[in-house]
Design a protein. Sequence first.
Length: 315
Amino acid sequence: SSFFYRMGGRNETKVMYFILLGFPTTGEQQLLLFSALLLAYLLTVLENFLIILIIRNTHSLQKPMYFFLGNLSFLEIWYVSAIEPKMIRDVLSHDKRISFQGCMAQLHFFVTFVCTEYVLLAVMAFDRFVAICKPLRYPLIMSHKLCAQLVAACWMCGLATSSVKLGFIASLSFCDVDKINHYFCDISPLLNISCSDSSSAELVDFTLALLVIMLPLCAVVASYICILFTVLKIPSPQGRQKAFSTCSSHLTVVVLFYSTTLFTYGHPKLMYTYRANKLVSVLYTVVVPLLNPLIYCLRNKEVRVAMRRTFTCRR
């Protein structure tokens, strides 16, 4: 049972901790799931760390495109670290509790990182738009100062969105229900167990989710429409292929990340389904961060060459 305390002599109680129900598994399944999640987490951190290292140590990769890629890798290390360590521990542990403060902290970091990634992917699409549609002005437009300002703006957007959402969620009351049918503290499961009127929090969450997802998505779509028209005007097939190759990895990452998160956060609380959302959440918290570095390495010739040179020199 959970701990509660009374507030000012009133009958209202406030939960002191939550229990994350996670995934129902048997003994053998627990060990298999634990091993798979631990391996995925370690590989994700290692892959992103290697990308940061290669970009920093390779002179030919000192370009805006790889500056943003390095920041994406840095972001994803923290993004998975906000969720997966607790998730991995809970698979084998009988004590799946998380304190109220710990739950709010996890929620704050997760929302900050996920919102920052939405905007950063849009910034990376803008970078590709300038590189392909305005190649002569590209070095002038995408200066180091502007790139740093764009990355800072991404983080500020994530922090501001998270702070507003958290302010509404933390003010809710959680009376007699302390079980969260999820493997981490997310907004929809918390809204579903709140015993106070959550209509304002739900409206703010839904509105901000649409803004933070749809505005960057519109920017990505507009950038790629312009890129498509520009590439189709290139006379040589080799030129068209080269132009498309610089965008393919980013476009793949965008489709994976936006499609999975839009399914979860692009609808109101009334349309929330625990089983479907929990499974889709695994995609964008575990699978997509694991695949992103592989996509950038396998589909980007410059990164592959730099990686080969790095490991050859070290040997």
